[in-house]
Every structure is written in structure tokens, then in C-alpha cells.
Design a protein around this ligand. Sequence first.
Ligand code: 1GP
Length: 255
Amino acid sequence: MIGKVEKYLIDKIHEEGAIHITLIDLCSPKEITNQLASQIALEAESYGTAAIMVGGSSFVYTPLLDDVIKAVKKTVKIPVIIFPNNVTGISRHADAIWFMSLLNSSDPYFITGAQVLGAPIIKEFGLETIPLGYIVIGTGGSVGVIGRVSTIPYNKPEIAVAHALAAQYFGMRFVYLEAGSGAEQRVPNDMIKKVKKIIDVPLIVGGGIRTGKQAKEIVSAGANVVVTSTTMENFKSKNRVKELIDNIKIKEDKT
Ligand code: 1GP
């Protein structure tokens, strides 16, 4: 069943062509305090980011996650969606959770194991679930190590396409191509184009996206959602954050 947050995202993609989502990465090298998280969220909301994701690929301490989500929810009106790495990454305070499977993990724990352990907790908390096929491109940095990723090379778009198609055939309602936080090389345009051409569900792209120009290219290649984290943490580059978000909003329906 499609919940409120998912409907909001889909409607917004239809209206704006493509949207930006801000990730608050609790595993960032910067210490994420409640205050910093709220500041990032508020700033991003004022520039038109569509939602806030909270999570991180390595060490997520549940009480910190709870506190950050509560602080962000007090500050902004846009939905807060959990981006979990494990069962410790679930909080009752969010609006929804990406119910995600790391499709190219070599460890079944990250494909179905954590999900089975987490499902009853999610039910107990009454969280909206949004099914997502998560695909890591290249080595993926931290997420690659923690998630025991079986690498999809940047120059093998057909392998990403096959994973994305499998996600859709499983019934996942979003596909996420992830290069990893702070990646030197973002997901290539050619790969985005080929994946988008074959799937019917919305495509999310993240990892290593730093400029408006890059964001624009990613959207032109077919991404419906662009996720950034590192750029958002850098307050000295406010214009960069604004420029990045401005370049994502195109008035063309790409779903
Ligand atoms: C979300 O992991 C990314 O998909 C965030 O990456 O920190 O490089 O923006 P950045």
C-alpha cells in the first residue's frame, strides 16, 4: 500500500520533474549535533529540498538517531525518511523508512536478513515503508565495506540495468544508484540513462554530487531524485547548496 510520504514524493516528482532530497549522514566525518542537523534541514528546506533522509552506512547509534530526527522534525515541515543501514537504524520518530535491500551485497544479511529482523520493529512503530532497491556502484566507500558489496564497475552499465530491472520485478517502487558518500566519481550519465530507459519506477541517484552542473546532468540523464549529504553540511557554501537544488528542479515530467 502506498503511504502518505511516498504519495507526496511521487506527486512532487510529477509536478517538478525531479526533486532533491537532503541526507543527514550520521556517519559523516563532521559531528552531527541536533543543532547542526536542524540547521542543515532548515536551510535545505528554504531552498526547496523535498524531504530529509537520516541515516548512515556505518555506525548508527539509535538514541542519537532518535534525537536528531526529533530535532529535525521540530524544525521543518517536510517529511523525514529513515535511510537505515541495519536494525539499529530504525526510529519511531520518523515519517517513513526506506525499506531497502542492498541488491548487490554478497552477504544475504544486507539483502533480506536485517529486513526480516527489522520488519516487526517497523510494524510496532507504525512507520510507513517505501520499498527500495539499493544498488552500489564502484567500491562505494563505507557502504561498500559495511554492506559487503560485490562491485559493479562504473563502465558496466548493463550490470546496473540488470539489478535495477530485478528490483522492479521484485515490486520495489524506487531504485537507488549509490556511488557512496564523498565518492570521487559520481554515477556516470550513461549508466543513469540506460537504467532509466529500462525501468518504470522512479530513479534516485546519490554519492559524490557537489555542483549544480553535475546535478543538472544527472537529472537530464533521467534521475527523478538527487540525494546529497556532504555538500549540505558545508555552510560556507550556501550558494552552492542553493545552486545545486535550483538545478534539479526542471519542469518536465520524467517518470
Ligand atoms: C547519498 O551517500 C550519498 O546517496 C551522499 O553522498 O555525501 O557525497 O553527497 P554525498
